[in-house]
Design a protein around this ligand. Structure first.
Ligand SMILES: C[S@@+](CC[C@H](N)C(=O)[O-])C[C@H]1O[C@@H](n2cnc3c(N)ncnc32)[C@H](O)[C@@H]1O
Length: 218
């Protein structure tokens, strides 16, 4: 899969690319390309934003700047999914992650300032996605959230089996994962449930599924 991120802060992604699971799939299952709007802006001196029509605080990312960036990379053939990151978009959940992870390529557009000129979202993008009902200062963290969530779903990203029984997975009927414990078995009077120390894998599996159901309110 290829993910193209359009951003004003490409260096912000350096940390993510060194982390598992993204690092595990970069160069094999995942090709990540970072594009800076300033590199292709048709405006002088790297300008990418402008004052909002109608007045008000803050600057708005210009439609001609984003169009030029997309055109420089794709010409007339953008990927089937071009995602604008905005707090006003469809809220990201695991099913949207799975959906996007099946695409051969997606473009992810992040903004800063007051956000996108609305024509970017309505004419240049196929999707608008929010990572939650709160406002961050820029799309870099949302883009990294999306990147990490998609990378986890790609072959080879995780150690065998560790991505199968996760919260929101079909193996747990979309519910929450059961609780985990590790050594010591007793700490300040807080005990690990006996069943997990029993060695009886049938009982352990049944207990975990029940815990998952309880946590999920099922
Ligand atoms: C300060 S925000 C703009 C908020 C916008 N003025 C509003 O009130 O809806 C700047 C940029 O950060 C990104 N962003 C902020 N919060 C986000 C969220 N919850 N989900 C996705 N992107 C977000 C978007 O790219 C957004 O255009």
């Amino acid at each position: 899969m290829r993910i193209d991120v359009f951003t004003l802060v490409p260096h912000a992604y350096a940390w993510l690319t060194e982390q598992v699971p993204v690092a595990n799939v970069l160069g094999t299952e995942l090709e990540l390309r970072l594009f800076n709007y300033r590199d292709t802006t048709p405006l002088r001196a790297g300008q990418v934003d402008d004052d909002p029509y109608g007045g008000g605080a803050g600057m708005v990312l210009r439609v001609d700047v984003v169009d030029a960036a997309l055109d420089a990379v794709y010409g007339a053939e953008p990927p089937a999914r071009v995602v604008a990151l905005t707090p006003q978009g469809r809220q990201l959940d695991q099913s949207l992650v799975e959906e996007l992870a099946t695409e051969p390529a997606i473009a992810v557009l992040s903004s800063r300032f007051e956000g996108f000129d609305e024509r970017i979202v309505s004419h240049l993008c196929t999707d608008s996605v929010s990572i939650g009902p709160y406002v961050l200062s820029g799309g870099e963290l949302p883009a990294m959230v999306l990147l990490d969530a998609i990378a986890r779903r790609l072959p080879g990203a995780l150690a065998d089996g560790s991505g199968e029984l996760e919260s929101f997975s079909s193996a747990l009927d979309g519910g929450l994962e059961y609780p985990h414990y590790t050594r010591p078995a007793e700490y300040r009077g807080w005990d690990v449930p006996d069943v997990l120390l029993s060695g009886d894998h049938g009982r352990i599996d049944a207990w975990r599924r029940e815990q998952s159901r309880v946590r999920s309110g099922a």
